[in-house]
Design a protein around this ligand. Structure first.
Ligand code: DC
Length: 223
């Protein structure tokens, strides 16, 4: 057995993946990697530079100019795009609305997966995303696939967003999530799918502590 452990957490949008992944990483002293933040930062760059999502030359050129870095001072996501801290901006609606299309592009995925695999080469990590257990780390010893009732997910996300966006409605959030689920599960490149050996965690009625306890039991045999 290698001396570092990879925990892959996949699942639908706003399912609580990052809450669980952060808590787990903190408890185990592993590095936490939010792979969605990488796709979001690429989407932000593409938006700013008005990259045509059908122009493969433009995309390839843009990818060469994108440098992403995580700064894990704590177990929150701090990501820089070409040395600029973009952790807040990548959570805003313009990015949320385009990120599914950007993450469906083959060249984008290829580059992100390469960088993600590099991060897991020598250190114990918890990484959350959509294809971590299937494409990024198919040999990860622990794979968790998270799911929850769609309305419960929309309500959770709505609560987070409404402080900064008082005009937003639950319907809009629900629609955005449904759209993202559709795009994530039907895209050609690495669609969101449960790895055969992933454990399903439906957290509709579970507290964060209960989820952490569940996950810790799965990881314990490997640490
Ligand atoms: O987890 P999130 O909502 O921050 O992810 C943002 C988008 O990136 C979402 O549309 C799915 C996509 N994504 C992906 O395709 N593969 C990953 N490993 C992580 C995220």
């Amino acid at each position: 057995m290698s001396n570092h452990v990879i925990v892959a957490i996949d699942g639908y949008s706003s399912c609580g993946k990052s809450t669980l992944a952060k808590a787990l990483a903190k408890k185990l002293h592993f590095i936490y990697v939010d792979s969605g933040a990488m796709y979001r930062a690429v989407a932000l760059y593409f938006l700013r530079k008005k990259i045509d999502l059908h122009n493969h030359e433009q995309i390839a050129e843009a990818l060469k100019n994108i440098h992403l870095n995580f700064h894990s001072r704590d177990y929150e996501t701090h990501i820089t795009l070409n040395d600029e801290e973009v952790s807040d901006e990548i959570r805003q609606m313009p990015v949320s609305e385009t990120v599914s299309s950007v993450s469906a592009i083959r060249e984008v995925r290829k580059e992100m997966v390469k960088q993600q695999q590099r991060m897991g080469r020598t250190k114990s990590i918890v990484m959350d995303g959509r294809d971590i257990g299937t494409a990024v780390f198919p040999d990860a010893p622990v794979k968790i696939f998270m799911t929850a009732d769609p309305l419960v997910r929309a309500e959770r996300r709505f609560k987070e967003l409404k402080h900064k966006h008082p005009e937003i409605t639950l319907e809009e959030v629900f629609e955005n999530l449904a759209h993202r689920d559709y795009q994530d599960t039907t895209r050609t490149e690495s669609p969101l799918v449960r790895a055969k050996d992933a454990i399903v965690l439906d957290n509709t009625n579970l507290t964060p502590d209960q989820q952490l306890e569940f996950a810790l039991k799965k990881v314990e045999p490997f640490v």
